[in-house]
Design a binder for this molecule. Structure first.
Ligand code: S3P
Length: 449
């Protein structure tokens, strides 16, 4: 439930080499899904390495409100006693999903084919974000939604009493929309088919298969066609959550731009639908290697080693890769500021409807710190200044967006003058140990009020 608290202004300053090991927390996307599918299975699911960030804790509270027993066993281990597909109880109070678009959209899908009503709200950021992208396909199952103008939260969903299976082509590259439709399809009889033109993160599909659902994905001329057979009994699982590549991005990118750095980031999930940033950084000339590649819990994993990279160059980022690095463009734009030449990012309209308008937020803050940025509806270009030439010195607005706050704090680590953010509070939604972890590597981050 971030964004309800007092702002936490923070600042970061130029520092010596970043060195050591960065143990980043569990994957946010996988953590939400483990709690939700655990709640829809019959029996006890065990989750190890759950991300205990505010977004995921809000989802844990929501699953309790729908009748699942969710227990924190300590040390990142959690237990979920599920109520079965179609077994959700009607919550007694409004469900507050805080800052989390993933949480609210997936939970809406999961309850939309059960005949109960639930009202959802969030913080000031979430209550501005579009929900029609989820409620439109949920209406095809027979669910009804009443919200604020423009399909905004707070919003009440009345689940379908006699759900019909659906065939739906997702109009934008969104794993949240795809997942909401699949989760709704769980309690519809027959086959629900979701088609996506561009591949987005496939954790829901992998985890549904792990829980015993009948699900198959085919690559066709139409795109990826995912077929799910409804009304399975999901069997409880033991889930090991890999560490989050989207969180690993911050220490990795910091190491690339702070002279002399050498940082190891172990156990990072490298699902190809998530790892686009690392491919892009290597194309820019980053000294970034994968060590000890292996598979854990059905997901590819490796230890990442990032070293200071003096010869970064700007590139045209392949737009076909956008979905696999959609959350990493803010921190990529910071690395781009230290590269020689322009980094061109196209096909990224979705960045405008994240926790903030991420193109606008980053472009404004980078310009204030002396970096030239051009931008349009679905593209932006950062004109790199090269190492040692990024002025810094400005204060940036984080717009209740964790990744914007962390990106500007990374900028400050290698800029010539400190960079501050008006509110680092939202960092707790996805990366609650960001400050101590970066400090242990040698970063100079302070709370300024
Ligand atoms: C997520 C999907 C992406 C991503 C978000 C997590 C998920 O959002 O930006 O942080 O876990 O499914 P979209 O589905 O809106 O692209």
């Amino acid at each position: 439930m971030s964004g309800h608290g007092t702002p936490i202004p923070m600042s970061s300053a130029n520092c010596g080499p970043l060195t050591g090991t960065a143990d980043v927390p569990g994957d946010k996307s996988i953590s939400h899904r483990a709690l939700i599918l655990g709640a829809m299975a019959v029996g006890e699911t065990r989750i190890n390495g759950l991300l205990e960030g505010e977004d995921v804790l809000d989802t844990a509270r929501a699953m309790r409100a729908f009748g699942a027993e969710v227990t924190d066993l300590g040390g990142g281990a959690w237990s979920v006693h599920g109520v079965g597909v179609g077994g959700f109880a009607e919550p007694e109070a409004v469900i507050d999903c805080g800052n989390s678009g993933t949480g609210v959209r997936l939970i809406m899908g999961a309850m939309a084919t059960t005949p109960i009503a639930a009202t959802f709200t969030g913080d000031a950021s979430l209550n501005k974000r579009p929900m029609a992208r989820v409620t439109d396909p949920l209406a095809l199952f027979g669910a009804q939604a009443v919200g604020r103008a423009g399909g905004r939260l707070p919003m009440t969903i009345v689940g379908a009493a006699a759900p019909a299976p659906v065939r739906y082509t997702v109009p934008m590259p969104s794993a949240q929309v795809k997942s909401a439709v699949l989760l709704a399809g769980l309690n519809a009889p027959g086959q629900t088919v979701v088609i996506e033109r561009e591949a987005t993160r496939d954790h829901t599909e992998r985890m549904l298969a792990g829980f015993g659902a009948q699900i198959r994905t085919e690559d066709t001329d139409e795109g990826r066609v995912i077929t799910l057979t409804g009304q399975p009994e999901l069997s409880p699982q033991t889930i090991a959550v890999p560490r989050d590549p989207s969180s690993a991005a911050f220490p990795v990118c910091a190491a690339l731009i702070v002279p002399g750095s050498d940082v190891l980031v172990p156990g990072i999930g490298l699902n190809p639908t998530r790892a686009g940033l690392f491919t892009t950084l290597r194309e820019m000339g980053a000294d970034l290697t994968y060590e000890n590649e292996r598979e854990e819990g059905g997901e590819p994993v490796a230890d990442l080693r990032a070293r200071f990279s003096p010869d970064l160059k700007g590139i045209e980022v392949d737009p076909a890769r956008a979905a696999s690095m959609i959350d990493e463009y803010p921190v990529l734009s910071v690395v781009a500021a230290f590269a020689d030449g322009a980094t061109v990012m196209r096909g990224v309209a979705e960045l405008r409807v994240k926790e903030s308008d991420r193109i606008e937020a980053m472009a404004t803050g980078l310009r204030a710190n002396g970096v030239e940025v051009e931008d349009g509806e679905d593209w932006w270009i950062v004109h790199g200044r090269g190492h040692g030439n990024v002025p810094g010195g400005a204060s940036c607005a984080s717009h209740l967006d964790h990744r914007i706050a962390m990106s500007f704090l990374i900028l400050g680590m290698a800029a010539n003058a400190p960079v501050s953010v008006d509110d680092g509070g939202p960092i707790a939604t996805s990366f609650p140990i960001f400050e101590p972890l970066m400090a242990r590597l040698g970063a100079d981050i302070s709370r300024t009020a």
